[in-house]
Design a binder for this molecule. Structure first.
Ligand code: FES
Length: 144
């Protein structure tokens, strides 16, 4: 299984690691099969995600996809962050081995979960805004 240079870079030097103590929203998602957990913190100013941090207890690909996902949504409007798919995260990393596709799904789920939490804290029903949080379907691994 070969990882791209970008995956190795984001695994070895993950961006935006940590927590935001006064986060506007926190999303925690996990893959029950592999046991990996991803927690994402967002700070929202107006309708912009002004800051984002993550903590991932998981495999290298999960760390690299969380890192790239935070880079892709930082400074973006919430509505644009919600459009970020796991495929876009994978493309930005120059691809992932097929057995690691599900790790990128965690990153998309974590963003959507953090935005849902933000809306819930504001008393807004997140379901129509965030939509369904995707399950991993594209994965060819034997974890599911
Ligand atoms: Fe579990 Fe990558 S997220 S193996």
């Amino acid at each position: 299984m070969a990882y791209s240079e970008k995956v190795m870079d984001h695994f070895a030097n993950p961006r935006n690691v940590g927590e935001i103590p006064d986060a506007s929203g926190i999303g925690e998602v996990g893959n029950p099969k592999c046991g990996d957990i991803m927690r994402m913190y967002i700070k929202v100013d107006g309708d912009v995600i002004s800051d984002v941090k993550f903590k991932t207890f998981g495999c290298g690909a999960a760390i690299a996809t969380s890192s790239m996902a935070t880079e892709l949504i930082k400074g973006k409007k919430i509505e644009d962050a919600l459009k970020l798919t796991n495929k876009a995260v994978m493309e930005a990393l120059d691809g992932l081995p097929a057995v690691k596709v599900h790790c990128s799904v965690l990153a998309e789920q974590a963003i959507k979960a953090a935005v849902s939490d933000y809306y819930k804290k504001k008393g807004i029903d997140p379901a129509p805004l965030v939509g369904d949080i995707p399950e991993c379907e594209s994965c060819e691994c034997d974890l599911h």
